[in-house]
Design a protein around this ligand. Structure first.
Ligand code: UD1
Length: 423
């Protein structure tokens, strides 16, 4: 296990520009799609993060040709898949590994994988994926450690999600593109990463309509590989952009977030403005400037276009600096409020109402401490808390942060943060 940690001295203002990288949650779906093509595809603006490296390792272990990245550009695929099971040492610890099962099933008729794990909230169920594959004619077997999915002939289906799921929507799209006939996914997730995945697939020969709305229609090729051959740019990471805006607001600093897509940031921008922040935006940038004193706000996490759950922890940190009470209601995940106890140890005044709701009373001073990241988003929230706090903090278990944020300390140093990686 990696023992590296971040040392952070808080209380410093920041200023300048910070660049947003390609979206983790998009790259992790575009990479596994490379299995579906007859010709290699190109990817640009790939974020160089640990989760992407894990996905590339899984692909290589399947026999997929992956060229050495040239900066953030990469060519891969167009080669035959040699085996139909995922390397379990990686997949067990990495939730997004399940995305690979979609195209593998579509190509090889069978796939075996361990229960996909990850961080604390990575260990969520996969029942909806399984229902989706069953609806297309697959049979599922499982034992204590793994699942085997088999389908002699995958047939397009009408599938209604009983719960909106981002990755299940994407994974079923990646299965349906090679199935026989038409698949209609209803109550599908509508995140920008999903429309982007559809654009990428369509550019490379797929027939998908409606991605980005709640009904997605896919015409399958009946087993034939997609053409491939084209290059695609990963969209900017809207979560990272939101984190940076929250950081600017928390430090009452002027910060310009560049290489982002403001259209994907409407929920967080609206929320920050409602709290008093002064925000301007252009074609691919958003700037936050010190506004009036921030006031407390209630926030409920929702599927897109609502307030994204990945910004819930950073936003809670921000609310510790706002005047008055804020109710934070996490509706998407269980266990995504566990980091709150550490915030309280740093001096925040937070009452836990139930497993899904906390009440923040602000503003309060925070004090530096030793804290451990439970997952990548709470990890980033701890970096923000440490930058706001008086004194020194140590953030541990930063593999969780490196999973989703490319060299975050270097980008924060450039805008004036006192943060160092040690160990
Ligand atoms: C994705 C994002 C994650 C984001 C989340 C919600 C990636 C790699 N991750 O996660 O950053 O926080 O969307 O926007 O894209 N569920 C089931 N059964 C299933 C699948 C999901 O019960 O088979 C539940 C989950 O436990 C959760 C809810 O559905 O409570 C929504 O999860 P989902 O949309 O699937 O999140 P991910 O796609 O895993």
């Amino acid at each position: 296990m990696e023992m590296a940690e971040f040392l952070i001295r808080g209380g410093k203002k920041i200023k300048g520009e910070i660049e947003v990288r390609g979206a983790k949650n998009s790259a992790l779906k575009i990479l596994p799609a490379s299995i579906l093509f007859a010709n290699p595809i190109g990817i640009t603006n790939l974020p160089l993060i640990e989760d992407v490296f894990r996905m590339l390792e899984l692909l290589k272990a399947l026999g997929i040709r992956v060229e050495k990245p040239n900066g953030r550009s990469l060519k891969l695929g167009g080669s035959e898949v040699k085996i139909g099971h995922l390397r379990s040492d990686i997949a067990e610890r990495f939730r997004a590994s399940i995305v690979l099962a979609g195209p593998l099933l579509a190509i090889g008729k069978t796939v075996t994988f361990p229960h996909p794990g990850g961080c604390v909230i990575g260990k969520r169920p996969i029942d909806i994926f399984l229902d989706g594959w069953r609806s297309m004619g697959a049979k599922i077997r499982s034992n204590k450690s793994s699942y085997t999915i088999e389908a002699k002939r995958l047939v397009g289906s009408q599938f209604i999600f009983r719960k909106v799921s981002v990755t299940a929507t994407e994974t079923l799209m990646l299965t349906a593109v090679l199935a026989h006939g038409k698949t209609v996914l209803k109550n599908a997730a509508m995140e920008p990463e999903i429309s982007s995945l559809a654009k990428f697939l369509n550019k490379n020969g797929a027939k998908i309509k409606g991605a980005g709305t709640s009904t997605v229609e896919i015409i399958g090729t009946g087993g034939k590989l997609l053409r491939g051959g084209k290059t695609f740019q990963v969209i900017p990471d809207r979560i990272e952009a939101g984190d940076f805006l929250i950081l600017g607001a928390a430090l009452k600093s002027r910060l310009r977030v560049i290489k982002c897509n403001p259209e994907h940031l409407e929920a967080i921008i609206t929320m920050l403005r409602a709290g008093g922040a002064n925000i301007k935006s252009g074609h691919d940038w958003v700037e936050i400037r010190p506004g009036r004193a921030l006031s407390g706000l209630d926030v409920t996490t929702r599927e897109y276009p609502g307030f994204v759950t990945d910004l819930q922890a950073p936003f809670t940190v921000l609310m510790t600096q706002a005047m008055g009470d804020s109710m934070i209601f996490e509706t998407v995940f269980d266990g995504r409020l566990n980091y709150v106890e550490d915030l309280v140890r740093m001096g925040a005044n937070v009452t836990i109402l139930d497993p899904h709701r906390v009440l923040v009373h602000g503003p309060t001073k925070l004090h530096g401490r030793e804290i451990e990241s439970p997952d990548l988003r709470a990890g980033l929230a701890f970096i923000i808390a440490a930058m706001v706090a008086e004194g020194n903090s140590v953030v541990k278990n930063i593999y969780q942060i490196d999973r989703g944020y490319e060299k975050i300390e270097e980008r924060l140093q450039k805008i004036g943060a006192d943060i160092r990686r040690v160990g």
